[in-house]
Ligand binder design. Sequence first.
Ligand code: PEP
Ligand code: MG
Length: 390
Amino acid sequence: DFEKETELQKLLSWADRIRKLGVWANADYPRDAQRAVTFGAEGIGLCRTEHMFMEQERLPIVQKMILAKTAEERQAALDQLLPFQRSDFIGIFETMVNPRTGECYPVVIRLIDPPLHEFLPNYEELLVEVTRLEATGTDPEALKEKKALLDAVAAMREMNPMLGLRGCRLGLLFPEITIMQTRAILEAALEVAQKTGKKPQVKIMIPLVGHVNELREVRRQLEAVAKEITAEAGSAVEYKFGTMIELPRAALTADQIATVADFFSFGTNDLTQTTFGFSRDDAEGKFLMKYVDGLDAPGLPEKVKILPVNPFQTIDRDGVGQLVRMAAEKGRAANPQIELGICGEHGGDPSSIEFFHEVGLDYVSCSPFRVPVARLAAAQAALSKSEKDK
Ligand code: PEP
Ligand code: MG
C-alpha cells in the first residue's frame, strides 16, 4: 500500500533528489530486508548476526559452542551452525537488489556481538534445579549433568555482561567463530553471484572495537578465510572490511583504527551508554525519565530536569555528538576513502539526522519503518544547511 500512496511517493522522490545522506536500514532477516527495500532503503547498514543465533533450533547449538570444553566440541557445533548462517545470508543478499537498476545494494553484516548472558542458560534457574535434584536424590545422572552445566555456566558468568566478553572479544578468544561466520558470508555471496549473475556488495563489520590491534587481528583472520575460499572457488571474493565506532576509546583513536578499516559505522546506542555511563537496558525505565524534560515516570519523585532530551533517542550533540564528529574527522584524515555511517537508533531520528548531515556522514541506517521519515529528514537537513550557508 505504501507504494500506492502517490502523493507521498512524489514527496519522497523530491526528498531523494535533495538529500546528500544515503538512507539504509537495519535488518536481520530477508523479510525485514524486503520491507526496507519497499520503504526505499538503499542498503542494509546493520545485520545483527547474533539475532540469527537466538532462534529456537539454533540456541542449544550456540550454547554448546560457547560452553565447549574442547576445540573439537566447539568446531562440531560451529559446523552445525554454518549452513544456517549461509542460508540466512543468501536470503538477505538475494533480497537487497535495487528494483530500478537490478544492481545489488550494499549489505553490512556484523559479526556476532553477544552479551554472553543472552546466550547462556540462566544460572539462578540451574542452581534451583540442582538444589532440587540434590534434595530428592532420585536421579543421580540428571544431577551430575546439571551440576556440570552449572559449573560451566558459572565459569562464563559475568557481573557486568555489557562490559564483558562482548563484541569482537568473543571472536578474538575463539577465532573459529569468526572463521565460520566469514565463511558463511563469503560462500553465500559466491552462491548468489553464481545463481543470479549479480554480485552482492558485501561489507563485514566488527563490533565493539576499542583498540586498533583488535581490528588488525580480526582482519588477519578474515583475510586468511577469504584466501582459502578464493582458492576453493577459483574466483576472488570481494568484500569491504569495517568496524563499529561505539566506544569512547574507538572514537578517540579513530585515526589509528581508520588505517585498518574501509568503513566506520557509529553505534550510538553503545556510545551513548558508555559516554554517559547510563545502562541502555535500565536507565530509560528508571531514573532517566526523571532526568529528561518531557518524559514522565509516575510514582517517582519530582522531575529534576537535568537533560534537555533523552540521549538514547536524540543525539547528545555536546558529548556523544562531539565524539562522532571527532572520529569522523580523524577517520577521514587518516583514510580519505573511508565510508562513514551510523546504525544506532539515532539513525532514524530527524533531529539527529540533521546532526549527522552536518558532520558529513555518508549514510544513516535505521529500522525499515523509519526509512521514509529518514529520507524526508535528510532532505530537510540538506535544505536548512544550504539556507544557513547563504
Ligand atoms: C549500537 O550500539 O548503536 C549498535 C547499533 O549496536 P547494538 O545496538 O546492536 O549494540
Ligand atoms: Mg552496539
